[in-house]
Design a protein around this ligand. Structure first.
Ligand code: DX5
Ligand code: ZN
Length: 225
């Protein structure tokens, strides 16, 4: 399974966002993580459609869209129209059936004309068992390694046990579902995270603080992505 780095622009310098995105691409990245927060599901508000739409015009990276919003079903088409390639929503935020949200995402096309990749996410306090019924239907499960809402937090070590259990479960079931983790990634802990079974690694501060190009290259060299 290929390891992928997904740099989160939440930690970028928005004065030079375009240049920083070019740097992650030049460093070898294929993904860009876009954190959308509504001030309801999480305390903070980040950015939304206009920012993504603008960035899309300058970038062909895979937009890995992380919706930290209540009732995510409402915004599937809008984010697709603005450039999302994949949409991940929170199990805890879905009103009604999460299975319907997954179907909605998978029935929607990206601007590139491809089917959106569907992801489902759980917060650190949500038991793994709650997401397992959806494992065969999604392309990716995002195990949050911090409480969603802010960048720059420390990874909660117990969440890696969840990642290990999830990878064991997927292997047992014969599923090649991606496991993404998000929050608190550093150059010091990334190998432990990959060894636990995650293959899509979100990193915000650790990529965008300092030399973005060098950080990207360092991470990709470590994970072999
Ligand atoms: C947190 C966001 C993360 C965040 C990660 O709610 O979902 O994507 O940007 O930031 P770092 O890597 O700084 O912990
Ligand atoms: Zn995120």
């Amino acid at each position: 399974m290929k390891n992928i780095l997904s740099p989160s622009i939440l930690a970028a310098d928005f004065n030079v966002l375009g240049e920083q995105i070019k740097a992650v691409k030049e460093g070898g990245c294929e993904y860009l993580h876009v954190d959308v927060m509504d001030g309801m599901f999480v305390p903070s508000i980040s950015f939304g459609m206009p920012v993504m739409e603008s960035v899309r015009k300058q970038s062909d990276l895979f937009f890995d869209t992380h919706l930290m919003i209540e009732d995510p079903d409402r915004y599937v088409e809008e984010f697709a129209r603005c450039g999302a390639d994949g949409i991940t929503f929170h199990l805890e935020a879905a009103r009604g059936s999460a299975a319907d949200v997954i179907k909605h995402i998978k029935n929607t096309k990206s601007l590139k004309g491809e089917t959106l990749r569907a992801g489902i996410s759980i917060k650190p306090g949500t038991p793994l068992e709650e997401v397992l019924p959806f494992a065969a239907d999604v392309d990716m499960i995002l195990v949050m390694t911090v409480e969603p809402g802010f960048g720059g937090q420390k990874l909660i070590p117990e969440t890696l046990d969840k990642v290990r259990q999830l990878r064991e479960y997927l292997t047992r079931e014969g599923l090649d579902t991606d496991i993404e983790i998000d929050g608190g990634v550093t150059k010091e802990n990334i190998m432990e995270i990959c060894n636990a079974g995650a293959n899509i690694i979100v990193a915000g501060s650790a990529v965008f603080k300092g030399d973005v190009l060098q950080n990207t290259r360092d991470f990709l060299q470590m994970i072999g992505g």
